[in-house]
Design a protein around this ligand. Structure first.
Ligand SMILES: C=C(O[C@@H]1C=C(C(=O)O)C=C[C@H]1O)C(=O)O
Length: 98
């Protein structure tokens, strides 16, 4: 990480990091959409075991990086809830009967 000496530099670096994060978030969302097409039963769209699996892996990764695990857990729980809501939309569209 670069050490900045003013807010312009801080914001330049935040903008740079966001440009790295956004494509990865969109790639992740693409896999969520694939899950919505692949899953056969609506009951499996929300999988509590997998939610905890993802959160624990992310926290372990955060620990390896020496970062704030609570920060990562909070973000990921929001991200996963948004993902599940989106996956339901995709699943419902895939199985729409009209
Ligand atoms: C993508 C899945 O569907 C949901 C979304 C998850 C996620 O955003 O990582 C995790 C669990 C699921 O409830 C999955 O089951 O793996």
């Amino acid at each position: 990480m670069k050490t900045c000496s003013n807010m312009a530099e801080v914001r330049t670096e935040i903008d740079r990091v966001d440009r790295l994060i956004v494509p990865l978030l969109l790639e992740r969302l693409g896999y969520i959409e694939q899950a919505g097409h692949i899953k056969g039963s609506r009951d499996t769209v929300r999988d509590e075991w997998r939610i905890e699996d993802v959160v624990s892996k992310v926290k372990a990764c955060g620990a390896e990086e020496g970062g704030n695990q609570q920060y990562l857990e909070d973000i990921y729980r929001h991200l996963i809830e948004w993902s599940i809501a989106h996956e339901f939309t995709v699943w419902d569209e895939e199985h729409r009967q009209d």
